[in-house]
Design a protein around this ligand. Structure first.
Ligand SMILES: Cc1cc2nc3c(=O)[nH]c(=O)nc-3n(C[C@H](O)[C@H](O)[C@H](O)COP(=O)(O)OP(=O)(O)OC[C@H]3O[C@@H](n4cnc5c(N)ncnc54)[C@H](O)[C@@H]3O)c2cc1C
Length: 398
């Protein structure tokens, strides 16, 4: 009987974990199934590019998983029963159910409208492909001089505002940020950001909270109305409610609480990675939702599962940050170097070189999904028969 590993979600982390598990474990011993709603890999970090009309390289899973032994189940996950160890799905044939011995939960996140009145109805978002395509279609219909307001001064907001302003210099683009422009960056980083925003003609409304989104404008906490033919909402991500509906220990926002090996602290047969997980990083700070820290959580989980199934050594590589890579359109970028716990240091890389660097990082991230052991030799280990059969008893042995 093969040990059933079911991976929910084939984004940056789920696809990486599945591929890495396939390289670590013998095919005779495990059945690895990935459940994903879409048949190709979505480069979420490029959604602002998609929104302005750029076309992305198609990355079908049929090619990505070819020859790996990973099976793709094209379906939408509708629920998880962590006590019965089953996953409820729906596909073109209707509802179905999958059993698992080990579950890797990697469903990522979507946009977070934050309950601001009108945001869900009137704003556009770029947290995923459908939203990016909707915005793309809307931007294409805007006439010269019309206004686009990007809400959110985080990295996604900075990338979206600059991408739109560069692609459509005829539009009047503004950014609304709760804090100052580039808060969290070094002084040099902030200075560069101001220069680029100035050059692209982006109006910045700093220290401003959006309190409402209406057709044609956003309202702010200081009583202003900012014209917005299109409002792009980038103020944070929210996880899907599926984990919260289970008996697993989750945070108030629904992220699964995991230990250093990405294993659920309440359900040892479940691992959570990427945006869906609440994992602690250096300085005991929660890892932020990002590929930068999400991909290492996928490696960590895959290696921990393989170690537990084969009696190997548990991984204990610390997950740390190196830099924040920000695209500012296609011709400009900003690489902000950071401490292990993600605080900006003085050093930055700017200009065209930074744009090239960021492009290589994006390409590298997609390459890494298809090459989850980073080109290292495949080492498939034998799953101990009793452990494979016993499933969760593996965990009880520890
Ligand atoms: C515009 C933009 C720019 C970004 N730029 C950066 C950046 O420069 N650097 C960085 O580190 N991070 C960046 N991020 C964040 C980064 O994209 C996410 O943190 C990362 O994608 C999280 O990976 P994940 O595997 O957890 O989730 P995802 O990549 O979102 O993957 C989740 C997968 O689960 C699938 N799925 C979801 N729900 C279901 C369901 N119910 N049933 C079946 N399948 C489902 C989805 O289709 C998807 O394939 C950016 C995000 C955005 C939106």
């Amino acid at each position: 009987m093969r040990h059933r590993i079911v991976v929910l979600g084939a984004g940056y982390t789920g696809a990486t974990a599945a591929g890495r598990l396939a390289k670590r474990l013998r095919r005779e011993d495990v059945a690895i199934t990935v459940v994903n709603a879409e048949s190709d890999f979505v480069e979420r970090v490029r959604m602002h590019q998609l929104a302005v009309g750029q076309d992305l390289k198609p990355r079908p899973f049929s090619e990505m998983f070819a020859g790996t032994g990973v099976e793709l189940r094209l379906a939408k996950v509708t629920g998880v029963d962590v006590d019965r160890k089953t996953v409820a799905v729906i596909d073109t044939d209707g509802p179905g159910e999958l059993g698992y011995d080990t579950l890797v939960y990697a469903l990522g996140s979507g946009w977070n409208a934050q309950g601001v009145p009108g945001s869900a109805e009137h704003a556009y978002e770029i947290a995923g492909r459908p939203g990016a395509f909707r915005l793309r279609e809307r931007l294409a219909r805007l006439d010269t001089g019309q206004t686009v307001v990007v809400v959110g001064g985080g990295l996604t907001g900075l990338e979206a505002a600059t991408e739109i302003a560069e692609a459509r210099p005829d539009l009047d683009v503004a950014l609304v940020a709760r804090g100052g422009l580039g808060d969290g960056l070094s002084p040099k980083g902030r200075e560069h950001l101001r220069k680029v925003f100035g050059r692209l003609g982006i109006t910045v409304h700093e220290h401003t909270a959006v309190t409402g989104v209406e057709a044609g404008r956003v309202t702010t906490s200081d009583g202003r109305a900012i014209p917005a033919a299109v409002t792009v909402w980038t103020a944070g991500f929210a996880v899907h409610p599926i984990a919260k509906a289970t008996t697993m220990e989750v945070t108030g926002t629904g992220q699964i609480v995991v230990d250093g090996t990405m294993r659920s602290v309440s359900h040892p047969d479940v691992y959570a990675i990427g945006d869906a997980a609440m994992a602690m990083g250096p300085g005991n700070k929660p890892l932020r939702m990002s590929c930068a820290s999400g991909t290492p959580t996928a490696w960590q989980a895959a290696d921990a599962i393989a170690a537990r199934l084969t009696g190997g050594k548990l991984p204990n590589a610390p997950i740390r940050y190196f830099n924040q890579c920000i695209s500012l359109g296609r011709k400009e970028g900003l690489i902000q170097y950071v401490t292990a716990d993600d605080r900006a240091v003085r050093a930055v890389l700017t200009g065209r070189l930074a744009a090239v660097y960021k492009e290589l990082v994006c390409k590298g991230a997609a390459w890494g999904v298809a090459n989850p052991t980073l080109g290292l030799p495949t080492r498939r280990r034998r799953v101990t028969r009793e452990w494979a059969a016993a499933g969760s008893a593996v965990n009880a042995l520890e």
